[in-house]
Design a protein around this ligand. Structure first.
Ligand code: FEO
Ligand code: CA
Ligand code: CA
Ligand code: CA
Length: 591
């Protein structure tokens, strides 16, 4: 089966049928190229990948685990060719698939040695890798001079209202401004001045011990999901992850981190003005008056959609003036009204409930406890906001709500209308048009549904273009998105196998015209993997995808994984990898 009739869609490929399997699949006429795998060399001197004897020192020079956000920065800067820096987030680790003999995910928890924890810490963070397309094939450039690894130990600076705050000070850093590392970097974004933003998402998973349930910050820990039995019990080997020994360390994570990919010696900066929550991503739009607007989702059931508006316009002529633009501005949270309007509620200390009486002594407290501030303002609890991203062609902002099995009919509203929403949905925010363009900084907007995921005819409320039927084209659990130069949306999914029994994948659809929301399956992931990225390459000729956690299935483990993608070699575990999809014979992806 295929996606059926083209019915006005501008997309020229035939959709893939649904299904799952150990391998991947891509729409006819396209080819998959493997670009970077977990363990591939990034820095000079990186030893060959040897998973059975992996060390922290080796991992620190190699490509990390669980690639998620992807970005591309051209070389030379401003260039339009197929040569540049691939920036990749490494969100988390799967010790059961990384190390022999630990058993499955449940058995492996808490069994990792000090050396294995060191590997995990070095496998987190981000990679910068010079890549180039030659004779049609994308590949890393050997010895790329700007290559970089950022890990859970890379020194970083904190800026903005939380910098130096008492709740950020630790024994190792009495200034509260110097943090070691970044954790759980999921999606991200970039800035118009050429830096990258990587978003710290489920930072709670690394901090545990009995200290979580005691002391003055217990309620604040709870709001962010910290539990005594941490999923990554690194605190057994590295004291700063034990909350009892370092109660403020968790406050130093959950931020958006900015760095300059063109300067491997630059110190990454945690931009605290953008708030502390489980940041999925942080994409930007330049508003009509030149101010930069950063859209962000807090990926948790019943958490919120945020935006940050810079105080000053971005200066195209003088990049140095933009260096600290993200330190000053207004963080707001969205209230989606049932009448299709949206209000952005500012998180400003001293305004409304964000006052001393509620424990907010300054803007530092507001950003550290952004979730509680947003609760008090009456933001709309959403069905797990993942990517929130502006379509540069039609000016609408797409909010990918991945799912929320805990939504009940009593808690349903117009923007989150389905009880037990296991398949998720996509909403469009429509900012007003002002003089000179879209006013992303306006205090209000309108919103509309774009699609309701799930299988049409089988899942109540599933809704797309009328030509998407039960056989093909429908999707489940939208997570990340990208727009091509025609304004078409490319949607990557995470969690579909559990929710719908189909492999996660990449889908494309028009956003305007006859083919609006006529989704079509372009790529199907191997067993256990989610699809991240997606990144449209130069000239729309490539789609880069981050294939994350292949083999993450119940019972799957290093010694008996559910897939050995992408190497399919006995003794080689599955490896999270970045792939490039191009059209055979050249041309734009999707036609
Ligand atoms: Fe890391 Fe919200 O997905
Ligand atoms: Ca992920
Ligand atoms: Ca995600
Ligand atoms: Ca996800």
């Amino acid at each position: 089966t295929t996606a059926g009739s083209t019915l006005g869609s501008t997309l020229a490929f035939r959709g893939l049928p649904h299904g799952t399997g150990p391998g991947e699949a891509v729409a006819e006429g396209h080819e998959v190229q493997l670009v970077m795998r977990w363990g591939d060399p990034v820095l000079p001197g990186a030893p060959p990948f040897d998973p059975a004897r992996q060390t922290g020192a080796a991992q620190a020079m190699q490509f990390g685990y669980n690639n998620d956000y992807l970005d591309f920065f051209p070389l030379p800067r401003g260039g339009e060719g197929e040569h540049g820096l691939l920036v990749v987030n490494h969100e988390y680790t799967n010790p059961e698939l990384m190390f022999p003999g630990l058993g499955d995910a449940r058995a492996a928890r808490g069994r990792t040695s000090a050396e294995q924890v060191a590997v995990e810490m070095m496998a987190h963070g981000a990679s910068v890798v010079e890549i180039r397309r030659e004779e049609g094939r994308w590949a890393p450039v050997a010895g790329g001079a700007l290559n970089r690894r950022i890990t859970a130990e890379t020194p970083m600076r904190v800026s903005g209202p939380a910098a130096g705050h008492a709740r950020l000070r630790t024994a190792a850093d009495p200034t509260g401004t110097r943090v070691l590392g970044t954790l759980n970097n999921c999606a991200g974004g970039n800035t118009p001045w050429g830096t990258v933003l990587i978003a710290e998402e489920n930072f709670n998973l690394y901090f545990g011990g009995p200290g979580v349930e005691a002391g003055a910050q217990a309620a604040a820990y709870k709001r962010y999901g910290l539990v005594a039995e941490a999923q990554f019990p690194w605190g057994r080997h590295v004291p700063r992850f034990d909350v009892a020994s370092e109660p403020n360390e968790p406050n130093r994570f959950g931020w958006v981190v900015e760095f300059d990919p063109y300067d491997p010696t630059s110190v990454p900066v945690k931009r605290s003005a953008l708030g502390r929550f489980k940041h999925e991503g942080c994409t930007h739009a330049v508003s009509a008056d030149g101010r930069v607007v950063i859209y962000m989702g807090d990926d948790e059931r019943f958490d919120y959609v945020y935006r940050f508006v810079t105080a000053r316009p971005f200066d195209r002529g003088d990049p140095a003036r933009n260096r600290d633009l993200l330190d000053e501005g207004t963080l707001s949270v969205a209230r989606f009204a049932d009448d299709g309007t949206l209000a952005w509620l500012p998180l400003v200390h001293g305004e409304g409930p964000l006052v001393e009486a509620n424990g907010f002594h300054g803007q530092g407290d507001v950003v550290i406890e952004a979730r509680r501030a947003a609760d008090l303002l009456g933001a709309t609890p959403m069905d797990r906001p993942e990517d929130v991203q502006a379509n540069p062609v039609n000016g609408r902002v797409y909010v990918l709500l991945t799912n929320n099995g805990n939504r009940t009919a009593a808690r349903a509203d117009a923007a989150n209308p389905r009880a037990n929403n296991i398949h998720g949905h996509v909403i469009e925010i429509i900012p007003p048009r002002g003089e000179g363009g879209v006013d992303h900084a306006a205090a209000t907007a309108r919103w509309e549904p774009f699609l309701m995921a799930g299988r049409p005819g089988a899942d109540p409320g599933a809704s797309y273009h009328r030509a998407v039927g039960p056989e093909a084209g429908w999707l489940s659990c939208p997570d990340n998105c990208a727009f091509d130069s025609k304004g078409r949306i490319w949607i990557a999914t995470d969690g579909a196998p559990t929710a719908a029994g189909v492999a996660d994948g990449l889908y494309a659809a028009d956003t305007e015209g006859e083919g609006r929301a006529l989704t079509r399956r372009f790529y199907a992931a191997p067993q256990g993997a989610e699809v991240c990225g997606p990144l449209i390459g130069p000239g729309d000729r490539t789609v880069f995808l981050a294939i994350q956690h292949p083999g993450e299935d119940r019972g799957s483990r290093y010694d008996a994984p559910s897939t050995r993608w992408p190497d399919f070699e006995e003794g080689m575990p599955p490896r999270p990898s970045v792939i490039a999809i191009v059209r055979k014979g050249g041309g734009a992806i999707g036609g």
